[in-house]
Each structure stands twice: as C-alpha cells, then as structure tokens.
Design a protein around this ligand. Structure first.
Ligand code: MUC
Ligand code: MG
Length: 373
C-alpha cells in the first residue's frame, strides 16, 4: 500500500445561468451545465477539476451526464487506492483502459495536477514546468444574436478595459445575414478592436469562398472552424485561397488530431482546449505539435467556470506564445460559480491567482445549491 492514496472521486453536475442567452450555431446557452470533479486523497488534500460541454451533445461526443457516469463507473475505480504523486503513471493507467472521453479525462488530469500542486506548495503552472506569462489576453464572445446589442456589449467591454478582442458567433442564420452582422460589428469598432468570427462548422466550402473574402475586406482577422470538422482537405484548400487565416477548433478532438491536421497543413491556427485533448498536460502536447509545425496558437474554452478556466490558464501560461490570445471568459459569462474567489480580469487580461494548485477553493454552499440533485 502506498503511503498516500486516492480515497474518493466525486463528480457533481452543476447548472450555472449565463448573463444573457449565448447563441451559437448549434445551441443557445441560457444555463451552462458543467461537471465539477473533486479527487480526495488520504493526506487530506482535494484536487479540483471541471469538464463542461456546450448544449449537451451538440458540440462533441460527451455530455455532462456521460462525463459523470464515465467518471463514476470507469475512471474512479482505476484511481481509488492509487498513489496520486505519480501523475504520468496514473494517466497511463487510465489511457490503457479508457479510450476517448477526453472531456472526462481533462477533469481528472486537472484535479490530479491541482492536488499535486497543493501538496508541493506549487501552482499548477509550476508543476507543469513553470509559467512564462503571468497573465493572458482574453477575448469576449459576442453571441446575443442582435447586432446593436453586440456592438453595445463590445463598447462596454472596451470602455471598462475588459476586452479588446471579440469573437462573433455566426452560423445560426443565413450566411448573408451572418456576414452583414459581423461586418457591422467590425465597422462600428474599427481599429479599436480585433474582430474574429466562429462559424461552428455551419458553412460549406462553396459558401466560404465568397464569405472569406467579404469578411477579410471588412477587416475581420480570423475565421474559426467554418467547415464540418472532418473536412480537412477542404479546410486546407480554403486556407490557400482565404485572405485571412482559418482556425481549427472542432476538427481537433485529440492530440492525435492535432498531429493529423498539422501534417495535412489544414489550418495555420489551432484553438487549444484542455477538454478536446484530455487535460492540461495533454493540451501542451497538442501545442508542441502545432509549434513544431509553425502553427499559431489560441487558448480556447468550453465555457467552463472558474475551475476549468484556471486549469486551462495555468497550462497556457507555460507556452512561450499564444499569438491569437485566449477566450478564457467563462467565469465572466456565468452569473454563478462554485468557488470562493473567482479569477481576476483587468486590463484586457486574466491574472492567475498566486495560491498553490489551481489557486481556488470550492464554495461548499454554492456547490450544494447549484448541484443537480
Ligand atoms: C467554440 O466553438 O469555440 C467558445 C466560446 C464560445 O462562446 O463558445 C465556445 C465554443
Ligand atoms: Mg469554436
């Protein structure tokens, strides 16, 4: 028996309302459903992790319910009784017996890193080798669905020095209306802000041929996942003719996918998400592949609350460069949270807390109140 062992693994589904309806091509979020994971060790240390999905199963192959079930039934029995010190051995044990399920895996890897950091008195970024940035630029996502309201929201963010990079969600309407919407936002904000768009796989290559040029002419800087995720060759073709870069998001569902996309030269920018690749260590493996292939990086989100956002942030601060910044704005969109102190956002950036591990503690009252019973 090891001197320290994992004693309990608790996965809680929580419901967190959003500031306003967040309209994406495939779903409108009014309440974000996320899984909060707590791994309890025999030395009294708890590790926290999180896995959120967008619109149940509408974004990828895992739902909050499947994440909880698979953690309870498959991950937990492989973790309980094991030594939490050796993260590599533990993750290898899971990988040998569990395929896929990167969202659930990400929550587990985050919680093990948090526990390790708390045990050693180091931040998760330090456990990962050390941060090279103390803060991260954070974009705001304009997704009210209304052009006037999106412009007003962006103006407020600029005024408050909260955000100067904006991602506009497209794909729910006719492409012509979508393009008018994004162009109007860019025209209103001008050179005061960087505007990018996310199509969430809703356009065809034929639509994109004209749309990329129209968006580029208006000053939009980046187009995220315009095509269905599996169309790598079409994405590569489109990239060759688009005046502005295309970014792969849903196309990357694992570290292996990032290798495949890089080898196919399918996109010059990758959106990194801990959930898509299987945790903070795994996302850095995807980042290393991208960097070796000369691909620019962006720090993406699955709209996690503070725990998952900080797990991503700690990993991202260890990267020498995130050329396109991040969109770690989940805790700002969600009205409620389950931690005692939420992360600090100021001067267009997210500032990492200084405490050990992720730097956050659970608010037990909030967890009980917001948990799905
Ligand atoms: C996505 O596709 O990038 C991230 C921000 C947001 O509003 O939606 C997500 C998912
Ligand atoms: Mg996206």
């Amino acid at each position: 028996m090891h001197p320290i062992s994992i004693e309990r693994v608790e996965a809680h589904i929580v419901e967190l309302p959003t500031l306003r309806p967040h309209r994406l091509a495939m779903h409108t979020i009014e309440t974000q459903t996320t899984v909060i994971l707590r791994i309890r060790c025999s030395d009294g240390i708890d590790g926290l992790g999180e896995a959120a999905t967008i619109g149940g199963l509408s974004y990828a192959g895992e739902s909050p319910e499947s994440i909880k079930t698979n953690i309870d039934c498959y991950f937990a029995p492989l973790l309980i009784g094991q030594n939490p010190y050796n993260l590599n051995a533990l993750m290898q044990r899971l990988d040998s017996l569990i395929k896929g399920n990167t969202f659930a895996r990400s929550a587990v890897e985050s919680a093990l890193l948090d526990a390790q950091g708390k045990r050693l008195g180091l931040s998760v970024a330090e456990v990962l080798g050390g941060p090279v940035q103390s803060c991260l630029e954070v974009a705001w996502v304009l997704a009210s669905g209304d052009t006037g309201r999106d412009i007003q929201e962006a103006e407020q963010m600029l005024e408050a020095r909260r955000h100067r990079q904006f991602k506009v969600k497209l794909g729910a309407r006719e492409p012509t209306l979508d393009i008018q919407h994004a162009v109007a936002i860019k025209q209103a904000l001008g050179s005061r802000a960087s505007v990018r768009v996310d199509i969430n796989q809703s356009w065809s290559e034929a639509v994109c041929i004209r749309a990329c040029t129209q968006l580029a002419d208006a000053g939009v800087e980046l187009i995220e996942q315009p095509l269905p995720r599996h169309l790598h060759q079409a994405l590569a073709r489109l990239n060759r003719r688009s005046p502005i870069p295309l970014m792969a998001d849903e196309a990357i569902e694992s570290v292996a996918d990032s290798f495949m996309l890089a080898s196919e030269a399918a996109a010059p920018v990758f959106s990194l998400k801990i959930a898509k690749t299987g945790g903070p260590c795994a996302v850095l493996r995807a980042a290393a592949i991208a960097r070796a292939a000369g691909i620019d990086l962006y720090g993406g989100t699955m709209l996690e609350s503070s725990i998952g956002t900080l797990a991503s942030a700690h990993a991202f601060t260890t990267l020498p460069e995130l050329k396109w910044g991040t969109e770690l704005f989940g805790p700002l969109l969600l009205v409620e949270d389950v931690v005692l102190q939420r992360p600090e956002y100021r001067d267009f950036k997210l500032w990492l807390p200084s405490g050990p591990g992720l730097g956050v503690e659970i608010d037990e009252h909030q967890l009980t109140r917001l948990r799905r019973h």
